[in-house]
Ligand binder design. Structure first.
Ligand SMILES: CC(C)(COP(=O)(O)OP(=O)(O)OC[C@H]1O[C@@H](n2cnc3c(N)ncnc32)[C@H](O)[C@@H]1OP(=O)(O)O)[C@@H](O)C(=O)NCCC(=O)NCCS
Length: 176
């Protein structure tokens, strides 16, 4: 089945908002929350949005363009907002924005933005077509266009890395 045979779905249909408190077990010795804790939450929120869009299992294939702009401290409420920016045939790009809130003062700061790519998979783990994404607002249209460019760059990078790995394997074989 092609993704065009499926009814398009809007960005709002799969948007995810997830909030959680940062506790001492999430912190390093300086009291800052570990980057890895945030990355895990980002991947979870992005994965929920991808599954909501595809209505199937979805696996992560790429996490890139992740920024750490501000530290997050123990006691903050972290909120992750995940929204689809782009769909291919079986792939989906999700933008996840992270904010940290001081629950005592209400002060909020945007701490991270990340772009992740998920692939919808069938029960055998094979790529499965996803509904096309309908982009309605000018902002969604611009995000879609930028995501399309990022996805093209990922594919170029993947091809380059495969060629470099092949070069290394050939060099190692020649040494034997
Ligand atoms: C996801 C997976 C099923 C894709 O299999 P595959 O044989 O590479 O399939 P394809 O080449 O047909 O690619 C499927 C889609 O993924 C996209 N894709 C694959 N690798 C990608 C990458 N590194 N970056 C961006 N997109 C990628 C392809 O462009 C394609 O998109 P499209 O259908 O929208 O055009 C396979 O790579 C896999 O199982 N990976 C492990 C995923 C996983 O376990 N994640 C959790 C990690 S902890």
């Amino acid at each position: 089945m092609a993704s065009d045979d499926l009814a398009p779905k809007c960005v709002a249909d799969s948007r995810v908002v997830l909030s959680t408190m940062m506790n001492p077990e999430h912190a390093n010795a300086h009291g800052n929350v570990h980057g890895g804790v945030i990355m895990k939450l980002v991947d979870e929120a992005g994965g929920f949005a991808a599954m909501r869009h595809a209505r199937s299992a979805a696996v992560t294939v790429a996490i890139d363009s992740m920024t750490f702009d501000e530290p997050i401290y123990v006691g903050s409420i972290v909120t992750l907002m995940a929204a689809l920016t782009y769909t291919g045939r079986t792939s989906m790009e999700v933008r996840v924005e992270v904010t940290a809130e001081n629950p005592m003062t209400g002060d909020k700061v945007q701490t991270n933005v990340a772009y992740l790519v998920y692939v919808a998979v069938d029960p055998q783990g094979r790529p499965n077509p996803v509904p096309p994404l309908c982009v309605e607002t000018p902002e969604e249209q611009l995000r879609y266009q930028q995501a399309h460019e990022r996805q093209a760059e990922r594919k170029r990078r993947q091809t380059r890395e495969q060629a470099l790995r092949q070069q290394l394997a050939t060099a190692e074989n020649d040494e034997l």
